[in-house]
Write a protein that binds this ligand. Structure first.
Ligand code: TYM
Length: 334
């Protein structure tokens, strides 16, 4: 049984990119492994965000994850800021992380372009991410492709720490990347991502799914209804692969290649299948929204479980660093 850790930012709805790329895998892994899943609110504050919305977005993300099948009896689900050892270890790790490595991170370079002056938190983002995983000495990290570079760096940080403070202390975590490693957004060009406004939410109503799919990009070569298309280059067809059965996929591909269907016909079938597939999650989420206290309790229990492990690792880390330990109250002589 391996230890698994992964995280997700509470920066908006859980979308089908998150779901197919990562969360669906989390649900499978929790059956056989010891899993820690974390809503990473300290990461989310490295970019502009609405302070007044953070609390509800964090709860929404918890609801989304539970609705998607994360089972608090099997996995530890918690909020990053509830376990202060994450930021504590992060500080320690900054002292073994070369700045040059942080500056070279693709996500940093992309996001830095959007900030007027680049803030240190954005640059240190991957160090906090390394702390998240290393704190639990987790070895498997199920993520989408965009996180692989951060996990490579995490391995390097672990090596550097081990080289300085003791061989084998932190295991080197491995990225687990599945088939749906990079789901494209509805623009058919960039990665599906909240910041691009090209998402479909896992909990969206059927009508809303349809409204989003209607204008979505398809094969650019299909200019008119009668032009035959190539499903292999169409993002809508890619989505059929995840939401429609094999027979429907074959039918859709044939109708596209022969211009038997227009793109709207194809999208309608996808919208229906997607809405059907996601219906149980929508129902579970509606139920959980009526039991917010229970959701908060799940998060509190999760944080307490996570903290047991986190405290122990941090204690070992302080010892490795050679820091003076405080004496306990029962040892006081005055
Ligand atoms: P975040 O919140 O951007 O995304 C959560 C997970 O969803 C995956 N993902 C995608 N996969 C395929 N196609 C897409 N279009 C797509 N969009 C998102 C992401 O790869 C990710 O697995 N830095 C991380 C959060 C994090 C973390 C961690 C992850 C913090 N600490 C420790 C793993 C381990 C992030 O911003 O993910």
């Amino acid at each position: 049984m391996a230890r698994v850790f992964s995280g997700i930012q509470p920066s908006g709805e859980l979308h089908i990119g998150n779901y197919l790329g990562a969360v669906r895998r989390w649900v499978e892994l929790q059956r056989e492994h010891e899993c820690f899943f974390c809503i990473v609110d300290y990461h989310a504050i490295t970019q502009e965000y609405k302070v007044a919305a953070m609390e509800s977005q964090t709860l929404d993300m918890a609801i989304g994850l539970l609705a998607a099948g994360i089972d608090p009896e099997r996995a530890v689900l918690f909020v990053q800021s509830h376990v202060p050892e994450h930021t504590e270890l992060s500080w320690v790790l900054t002292t073994v992380t070369p700045v040059g490595e942080l500056e070279r991170m693709t996500q940093f370079k992309e996001k830095a372009q959007r900030q007027e002056s680049v803030l240190a938190g954005l640059m240190n983002y991957p160090v906090l991410q390394a702390a998240d995983v290393l704190l639990y000495k987790a070895t498997l990290v199920p993520v989408g492709e965009d996180q692989v570079q951060h996990i490579e760096l995490m391995r390097e940080i672990a090596r550097k720490f081990n080289a300085r403070y003791g061989a084998g202390f932190f295991p080197e975590p491995q990225a687990l990347v599945g088939q749906a490693r990079r789901i494209l957004g509805l623009d058919g060009e960039s990665k599906m991502s909240k910041s691009m406004g090209n998402t479909i939410g896992v909990l969206e109503e059927p009508e809303s799914i349809w409204q989003r799919l209607r204008p979505a990009k398809t094969d650019p070569a299909r200019v008119t209804r009668n032009d035959p298309g190539n499903p292999e280059v169409c993002n809508i067809y890619t989505l059929h692969r995840y939401f429609s059965d094999p027979e429907t996929q074959e039918h859709v591909a044939r109708q596209c290649r022969t211009a038997g269907w227009g793109c709207l016909d194809c999208k309608k079938v996808l919208a229906d299948n997607m809405a059907r597939e996601l219906a149980p999650m929508r129902e579970r989420a509606a139920e959980l929204r009526g039991k917010i206290h229970e959701v908060r309790e799940i998060l509190a229990v999760g944080a307490a479980k996570a903290r047991e492990v986190a405290r122990e690792t941090m204690q070992e880390v302080r010892e490795r660093l050679g820091l003076l330990q405080p004496i306990r109250a029962e040892e006081f002589t005055r």
